[in-house]
Ligand binder design. Structure first.
Ligand code: NAG
Ligand code: NAG
Ligand code: NAG
Ligand code: NAG
Ligand code: NAG
Ligand code: NAG
Ligand code: NAG
Ligand code: NAG
Ligand code: NAG
Length: 649
């Protein structure tokens, strides 16, 4: 069915190709034509919950954080962490929507989103995989040069994920992205059959990605294989141990596999098995020289009843409060504290390979809210404090609530831009918290009598106090729950002033009105991947005589306090590269386009547009692009920006 629709569209191809590309356009008027009562894909859902009540007893609104100026003797500090701590786990089946159709056609918005993280962290780590990697298979060619395509849903699997078909261009697509912006990749080896393994991903991944390949996941959530009917009901950690050993043996004997020590496991969902059940098989001892990292996957909750009629229905309003305090992240990490000690002792990084607010798509009004972003920042820092080295927030398609970023539906891709989810802000902010030095060590400060609504973390860089992260989970428009944290140093004196960046919104319920240091990505379907607005950094004078800096934090809100120039430099005011790649080609290329006619005539031929675009990626050096007042540009031939189309803005 998929293939035949491509062939039919193929007949229309020649008439659609033109030398001119229109990109990034948002014709006004199309959105208003939509029926406002129609059910929308989850990524655009408008559910807004009520913030939880103001805590009773109320939070303390004046408290002191005494910070040791150097890390010597500070306990328990985390291991050194990198700004790449938070990355993305992109479901393999949606990479064509998000990254681009193929290696010659990369989404500039995706590049901008990755460049933002790179500007703060030096790199960004992205996994492509998930349930859809298990049945993935290689073919020589797909219609229209597509890098991947979907086959059909597997009816045996409750998450109903289709097999992904991919070509060699999947690897060129990733490689070309890495050549433009510093993305490093995790790939997954299909595990639905292990005799023989399908190793195309290993062979081509190693050969084409080289140093940009971080590691290869060997099995995705094996503890759920029996539930998903991908293995017999008796499938146990010892069976997984055996299959992993089979893989190691096959790779050892394969001269097309130059790197033998980059495997990642066991990636248990911590559903039916604990990680300890795998450690108890001798996994770590047996495969230490093959493992680049240990991994787990976990979501705090699930929305599978709403998505698939499996499990219990959820009351989203009640669930909301369970995300909005410090206990949430602590409880998520607790089952892994023993494992993180085992990993540190073994000298292996521990990866949270896939996580987000709730499996089966997340929760409306939570996953996509300002409160969800606060939760994700706290959870990320709690994982870091607990000696995880990396955590990847999952990205799915249109039908999930938790996406950090969502591309327009393909049939609308020339009309609307992208949507940023709350979790993207969390990744961006955690990148700034940890910065570029690779030496950041976290301490959960437990100040304010360990009040669960006002967590705080200290960050040490190169052994010196560098930053403090302050949360306020309470929504209280009266101002009575705003707090002031007094920072004082022991073994040193506070600087004359500090810089503070705030992450703000009116309420934890807000979905598209949040700002990081005064800047925002914009509202639903209006995102080009760059922060908009003027950077607003507060300079707060300290009292060096009293050795205090007073930092206000509104309710709700998050503050990142930069305690030195060293902490600020290169991270506080990042200058990401921006990309203006042409992404979509249509027949209409004149300046005046009737948006309604466009919708009517091309509304259902999205696959066609996606397939015929021919321009290649290009780093923008055009001042006209950077400064464009309009959101719409016309790109001619080789890529000169010749005009903005004011009439459409
Ligand atoms: C948003 O999601 C909720 C819960 O799934 C659903 O009831 C509601 O209809 C959705 N709203 C829209 C506009 O699609
Ligand atoms: C494994 O996946 C491949 C490719 O999708 C498929 O051909 C094969 O039938 C699958 N095997 C099992 C046992 O499901
Ligand atoms: C992009 O991929 C193509 C293969 O489709 C390759 O020929 C080209 O060199 C790549 N470009 C870059 C910049 O890596
Ligand atoms: C940690 O895990 C190991 C391996 O499974 C186990 O032997 C040990 O008892 C665990 N320790 C704790 C405190 O749970
Ligand atoms: C705080 O979060 C925990 C963990 O999700 C939850 O069990 C608890 O009910 C929350 N506390 C309040 C006061 O909402
Ligand atoms: C993290 O690792 C450091 C260094 O080994 C250790 O001191 C600290 O106790 C660990 N933290 C946790 C939560 O295990
Ligand atoms: C941090 O680590 C990355 C590799 O993970 C390396 O490329 C980078 O140069 C390191 N940065 C510093 C400041 O050492
Ligand atoms: C958006 O946030 C700003 C600043 O907090 C506020 O003034 C404005 O009222 C908010 N707009 C909406 C629609 O919530
Ligand atoms: C795109 O497809 C969706 C689902 O089929 C439909 O609801 C929407 O109206 C389409 N958009 C356009 C512009 O045709």
């Amino acid at each position: 069915m998929f293939l035949s629709s491509f062939l039919v569209l193929g007949a229309l191809l020649p008439s659609a190709v033109r030398g001119v590309t229109v990109y990034g356009q948002i014709p006004i008027g199309i959105t208003s034509a939509a029926d406002p009562t129609a059910t929308r894909p989850a990524a655009y859902n408008d559910t807004t919950l009520t913030p939880p009540p103001i805590p009773n007893p109320p939070i303390g609104t004046r408290f002191t954080l005494a910070l040791q100026a150097t890390s010597a003797g500070v306990y328990p500090l985390s291991i050194p962490l990198k700004g790449t701590f938070y990355g993305f786990s992109v479901e393999m089946s949606v990479i064509n929507q998000l990254f681009g159709k193929n290696s010659a056609h990369i989404s500039p918005i995706f590049l901008n989103l990755m460049a933002n993280i790179v500007a703060r962290a030096g790199a960004v780590h992205v996994r492509t995989g998930g349930n859809t990697q298990e049945y993935a298979f290689f073919v020589n060619e797909l219609p229209f040069g597509a890098a991947i395509a979907k086959q059909k849903a597997d009816t045996n699997n409750p998450t109903e994920t289709p097999a992904v078909i991919y070509t060699i261009d999947y690897f060129y697509l990733l490689s070309n992205i890495s050549s433009l912006v510093n993305v490093k990749w995790y790939l997954g080896i299909p595990f639905n059959e292990t005799a023989p393994f399908r190793l195309d991903i290993v062979h081509h991944g190693e050969a084409i990605l080289g140093e940009n390949l971080l590691g290869l996941q060997a099995a995705n959530e094996p503890d759920l294989y029996a539930d998903h009917k991908q293995r017999p009901e008796t499938y146990s950690p010892f069976d997984y141990f055996g299959e992993f050993g089979d893989l190691v043996a096959v790779l050892a004997a394969d001269d097309k596999v130059p790197v033998k020590n980059n495997l990642i496991g066991p990636s248990v969902a911590t559903g039916d098995w604990t990680p300890e059940m795998v450690w108890d098989t001798g996994f770590l001892q047996a495969y230490s020289s093959n493992l680049m990292a240990l991994s787990v996957e976990h979501y705090p909750d699930n929305n599978c009843f709403a998505a698939f009629g499996v499990g219990q229905p959820k009351d989203y309003q009640q669930e909301f409060a369970t995300f909005l305090n410090h206990t949430a992240g602590q409880e998520l990490v607790r089952p892994y504290l023993n494992t993180s000690r085992i990993a540190v002792a073994a000298g292996k990084p521990l990866l949270m390979f896939e996580t987000n607010t709730a499996s089966c798509g997340g929760f409306p009004g939570i996953s996509d809210s300002f409160g969800g972003a606060l939760w994700a920042i706290d959870y990320g820092l709690q994982m870091g404090y607990s000696n995880f080295s990396t955590a990847l927030l999952h990205v799915g398609g249109q039908n999930v609530f938790y996406n950090p970023f969502t591309a327009p539906p393909t049939n609308e891709s020339a009309f609307f831009d992208w949507t940023i989810g709350a979790t993207y802000y969390a990744v961006l902010i955690v990148a700034e918290v940890l910065g570029k030095t690779n030496t950041s060590q976290l301490l959960d400060l437990q100040g304010n009598n360990a009040n669960i609504f006002t967590p705080q973390y200290a960050v040490y860089e190169n052994g010196k106090i560098a930053k403090v992260a302050l949360f306020n989970y309470v929504t209280d428009p009266s101002g009575a729950s705003d707090y002031i944290a007094t920072i004082t140093f022991t073994g040193g004196t506070v600087p004359g002033s500090v810089r503070v960046k705030y992450f703000l919104s009116d309420s934890v319920s807000t979905k598209d009105n949040m700002t990081w240091a005064g800047q925002t990505f914009g509202k639903m379907k209006a995102v080009d991947g760059r922060l908009q607005g003027t950077l607003d950094v507060r300079t707060i004078a300290c009292d060096t005589g009293a050795n205090t800096c007073l930092i206000p934090v509104p309710a709700p809100g998050f503050a990142l306090v930069f305690l030195s120039d060293a902490a600020w430099d290169g991270v506080g005011d990042p200058q990401p590269a921006t990309y203006s790649t042409s992404a979509y080609t249509k027949t209409q290329n004149t300046a005046r386009i009737d948006p309604t006619a466009l919708a009517a005539s091309n509304g259902n031929s999205g696959k066609l547009w996606d397939s015929v675009t021919g321009s290649t990626s290009r780093k923008s050096v055009s001042a006209a692009w950077r400064n464009r007042a309009a959101h719409v540009g016309v790109l001619l031939g080789a890529g000169t920006l010749v005009a903005t189309v004011a009439s459409l803005v």
